[in-house]
Design a protein around this ligand. Sequence first.
Ligand code: GUN
Length: 298
Amino acid sequence: MTAQIISGTEIRKAILGEIKEEVDQMKEKHGKVPGLVTILVGSSPASISYVTLKVKTAISLGFHEIQDDQPEDISEKELLALIDKYNNDPDIHGILVQLPLPKHIDDKKVLNAINPDKDVDAFHPVNVGRLMIGGDEVKFLPCTPAGIQEMIVRSGTETSGAEVVVVGRSNIVGKPIAMMMAQKGVGANATVTIVHTRTKDLASHCKRADILIVAAGVPDLVKPEWIKPGATVIDVGVNRVGMNEQTGKAILKGDVDFDAAKEIAGKITPVPGGVGPMTIAMLMKNTLRSAKLSLGMS
Ligand code: GUN
């Protein structure tokens, strides 16, 4: 039987609709809207395209959006001063510094300068710590893991007591999603295993998974025979494997052999159109949450 496809594009649409409704209500009741600043240093085409999409989405939701583009040669001190300015701006609830930064700037220093209560990427050590503690302590979840959890929940996948195997141990995806799935709460309460490049017999771990989350950055790493029949498979990989000569666009492939895997899995995310579209939606959700917290709304 062919798996149910979990469409990130569809789920994103639903989430953005929900956010828009809340923004409209906030404006009506409090005369305020969420404020997001996106800081882009330099002119990397990939970063420009990511930031443009973030800005467009924020504007479409009625956010107060500041696109603050800075030259490649901005000094670290100047960038830190800019962050300080937005930390102290009551109309700004979320500060996003697009990564990577130029080599002469210490990105850790910059990310750590963002007020943790405006850190909508959830990269600041305070927010990483809050995630580890869980429950009410959590202000923001990192965007890609939050998107993964939303897809799991909204596709009706049972997580309580489920065997979750996470392939990859990055700070941005593998480690936080593993922690989130192991916490108490909705879309969690799972038994979690993290596997990585030094794991012996990757296949045997994957075969146990009721929910398999793959964030390794290796095209077609996961073979169909590694998938437990009926499992939910979340493919976080976005690997450029070539160029479509007609459109000039990159050909993208996930970390899972999708065509074969969809004949075995119960539910599966495609690439593109799976986890990717969710990340910006969760950034918007974090910015809305920050605005609500600043207004004393729950
Ligand atoms: N560069 C690529 N992805 C991201 C992201 O999620 N956040 C930031 N700040 N920079 C990025």
